[in-house]
Design a protein around this ligand. Structure first.
Ligand code: CU
Length: 166
């Protein structure tokens, strides 16, 4: 038997899904997810599986005595080299804001962590305003009504789920 908590959770989830498309909240991407910034993790696959938009943040978490974060250009990225004057972070909990569209490259500059440990990746940052073909439109146009209708269905579902509990 479904618990009250579960039904409430379903209702909240339905409302959240209904609201999400309309929000343009910047995301914080924890590099490497649970693994953090470390050796022998496929950061290329990690970054390729995500979408980065202007305003998002990368959060690098690591032991500050073991690694660092260096932003490089494409050539230094390929060669795992750190040019003079490169932006470097080393606190172990470093946030890097993706403030404009384009490509950025990050490596760890310690030992051969970049060359052999896989500590390197590229991100492609998209404009925050770039929407998917059927993305959330302004409420005043016809497509906006479709969005509003979807919201209505989700809200009714949520209310129905809530009504079951009350
Ligand atoms: Cu390292």
């Amino acid at each position: 038997m479904a618990s009250k908590h579960m039904l409430v959770a379903v209702a909240v989830a339905a409302l959240a899904v209904a609201f999400l498309p309309g929000l343009a909240v910047a995301s914080e991407h924890v590099v490497g997810d649970d693994k953090g910034w470390t050796l022998q993790f496929n950061y290329t696959a990690w970054s390729e599986s995500r979408k980065f938009v202007v305003g998002d943040t990368l959060l690098f978490k690591y032991g500050s005595s073991s690694h660092n974060v260096v932003e490089v250009g494409g050539v230094d990225f390929a060669a795992c080299t750190k040019p003079a004057g490169a932006n470097t972070w080393s606190t172990g909990e470093d946030r890097v804001t993706l403030h404009k569209a384009g490509r950025r490259w990050f490596i760890c500059d310690i030992g051969e962590h970049c060359e052999k440990g896989g500590m390197k990746f590229k991100v492609t940052v998209d404009e925050a305003g770039a929407l998917p073909p059927n993305g959330p439109p302004a409420p005043s146009n016809p497509a906006g009504k479709v969005h509003a209708k979807h919201f209505g269905v989700a809200a009714v579902t949520a209310l129905a789920a809530a009504a079951l509990v009350l």
